[in-house]
Design a protein around this ligand. Structure first.
Ligand SMILES: [Zn+2]
Length: 215
């Protein structure tokens, strides 16, 4: 008997597979996970890869020579973008069909299929990954609309714009494919958080985390 679920990699008790709903998506996600992130208990990127058949997750820091990633990037049937908020990034909604064409800036000519790269790690680790992975530097950069609030109830000191990777993925997919319902991703996330809160000794959640919810 394995101690861990072979699907999600979590212990059988904490297995998240029961909350996963398989979702079709035309837009594909590539998650680049910092090698320091993969053993964190939450690991929300897992919800994306389990729910979305055409999403992949690669682990590392410098992806410049990553064969699988580079062969995906070489596929000319796709336009690739990277979520990397900065001065030069465009809002995801400018790519959507209903988006403002002026701000679209021809980022997705000839309506190719879309792949979006998400960097999974703290801001500092994501910065490092982007810096050393030279093959990502040519890609158009994207950011999410301002003011989206995360629901990371058990992260200490949450700030308004700290979205988990699964939430970022949810927003990207929902903006680009508004006709589709991706809320099962958030439901799975919420169930996972609730599970971890339930595991905490009585009072721990209230003492350490509850306050931040009402702020
Ligand atoms: Zn599982």
């Amino acid at each position: 008997m394995y101690r861990y679920c072979l699907q999600c990699g979590k212990s059988h008790k904490a297995c998240i597979c029961r909350w996963i709903k398989s979702l079709p998506s035309n837009v594909e996600l590539i998650i680049l996970q910092h090698s320091g992130e993969k053993n964190r208990p939450m690991g929300t990127a897992k919800i994306l890869t389990l729910s979305l058949e055409n999403s992949v997750c690669f682990i590392g820091e410098d992806f410049s020579q990553h064969t699988e990633l580079n062969s995906l990037l070489d596929d000319s049937h796709y336009t690739h973008y990277i979520m990397y908020p900065c001065d030069q990034s465009y809002c995801v909604s400018s790519l959507s069909v209903n988006g403002d064409e002026q701000s679209g800036l021809g980022l997705n000519p000839s309506s190719k299929k879309i792949r979006v790269i998400l960097l999974d790690g703290t801001w500092k680790k994501a910065y490092k990954m982007w810096q050393v992975s030279k093959n990502l530097h040519e890609l158009p950069m994207l950011h999410l609309p301002k003011g989206l609030k995360g629901n990371y109830r058990i992260r200490k000191a949450p700030s308004d714009n700290s979205l988990s990777t699964v939430e970022a993925g949810y927003h990207v997919l929902s903006i680009l494919q508004p006709e589709q319902d991706f809320t099962p991703l958030l439901t799975a996330f919420d169930n996972m958080i609730q599970f971890y809160i339930n595991q905490m000794p009585e009072g721990v959640f209230e003492r350490n985390y509850q306050k931040s919810l009402s702020e």
